[in-house]
Design a protein around this ligand. Structure first.
Ligand SMILES: Cc1cc2nc3c(=O)[nH]c(=O)nc-3n(C[C@H](O)[C@H](O)[C@H](O)COP(=O)(O)O)c2cc1C
Length: 365
């Protein structure tokens, strides 16, 4: 069956692009949930389920596809199973913070259509660790039943961050609240220290702050879950090369399981959109194809330092199956995307998986 990309492009141009981007997001999520509750989600799942040739081993688990959904799309785990039906090999929920918080004032999400990019300053709007834990507990039970029934079940990772009102000095304790609540219901855990929209957060990438934070979260997560929960750290593309090396060395020192690279950038370089239009959007993290070059540089740099067995999840500007394959060839174990889903629509994941499966069959990845 041909993928209805032109249909989505039409809807995007004539409906979504005229709406506030955050409203459009909620509309899409509502639609996916409705599809999941009706039989339509099952049809979507049958069409989009990854080819078995894409099965991947990483972080001690089997992933149905190396391609997954990056953090930020489903911050509160309210649409994990509907999103699973699009064919993602994994879904990273969050960023979740210790306390519930509303995020920044709206508008806080902007499209740069000419660049197929987004600028966001959401500011970790989420329901807090306790509420998200409950949802993930229910989803885990449901996933077990789906696995038994031979259905498509993605890996579910949980990305945690700092509550805005907690001062930096209290950051470790705040992350521990989330680690304790969420590690037991996570397949893997990510410490996010790289979003540009929580004041001071990225200072936690400094090695003196990062070492005690990661050590404490790792210990708390394993103790709370009663098993080893793979732990990764997510870094910004704006780190200097030497700082990327230092984080890689820390990952080795602490025996962390991996790194996610990268988050959005605060840079505005390389955009085609008129500079005044870009400036008018204001502060925030930029995502989309403009991020791809730096994301690849960071991946290559990390892989030089990190042996096989330490997972690298590459994210930033991926749009085509060839883009995903390239990240895998450059040393990524897994790949994520977010912004292209907005521009390409729900069948994008199916196209990625099918393209990737063809490349794998040809021995090209
Ligand atoms: C609207 C939006 C919200 C995001 N929220 C989060 C978040 O809460 N936590 C996080 O780690 N990354 C977040 N990200 C970053 C993405 O996970 C990803 O790292 C980044 O967008 C680059 O990938 P892309 O070019 O495929 O979008 C967000 C991105 C966007 C566009």
């Amino acid at each position: 069956m041909p993928t209805p990309a032109p249909v989505y492009k039409f809807v995007f141009r004539h409906v979504f692009s005229r709406m506030d981007p955050e409203r459009a997001h909620h509309l899409v999520v509502t639609g996916l949930r409705a599809a999941h509750q009706s039989g339509a989600g099952r049809v979507l799942e049958l069409l989009s389920k990854p080819d078995p040739v894409l099965k991947t081993q990483a972080l001690g688990m089997e992933w149905p596809s190396p391609f997954g959904l990056a953090a930020g799309f489903d911050k509160g785990a309210t649409a994990v199973l509907p999103l699973a039906q699009l064919g993602f090999g994994h879904i990273e929920i969050g960023t979740v913070t210790g306390q519930a918080q509303p995020g920044n004032e709206q508008p806080r999400l902007f499209r740069l259509v000419q660049d197929a990019a987004l600028i966001n300053r959401m500011g970790f709007n989420n329901d807090g660790a306790a509420a998200v834990r409950q949802r993930l507990q229910q989803i885990r039970a449901r996933r077990r039943a789906l696995t038994r029934a031979g259905r498509h079940v993605p890996v579910v990772g949980v990305n945690i961050g700092k509550t805005k009102i907690v001062p930096l000095e209290g950051a470790v304790d705040d992350y521990l609240v989330s680690a304790k609540a969420l590690a037991p219901v996570a397949d893997y855990l990510v410490v996010n220290v790289s979003s540009p929209n929580t004041p001071g957060l990225r200072q936690l990438q400094d090695i003196q702050a990062l070492r005690p934070l990661l050590r404490a979260v790792g210990e708390e997560a394993d103790a709370a879950a009663g098993r080893h929960v793979p732990l990764l750290v997510k870094i910004a593309p704006d780190l200097a090369d030497e700082d990327i090396d230092t984080v890689a060395e820390l990952v080795l020192e602490l025996k962390l399981d991996g790194i996610i690279a990268t988050n959005t950038t605060i840079s505005r370089d390389g955009l085609r959109t008129d500079a005044a239009d870009v400036e008018a959007k204001g502060a925030g993290g930029l995502s989309g194809p403009v991020l791809a070059e730096r994301s690849k540089q960071v991946l290559v740099r990390l892989r030089k330092k990190l042996p096989e067995g330490i997972a690298i999840i590459s994210v930033g500007g991926v749009r085509t199956p060839e883009d995903v394959a390239e990240r895998l060839r450059l040393g990524a174990d897994l790949v994520q995307g977010y912004t292209a889903l907005i521009y390409e629509g729900p069948f994008w994941v199916r196209r990625i998986n099918r393209g990737l499966a063809a490349l794998r069959r040809q021995g090209r990845v």
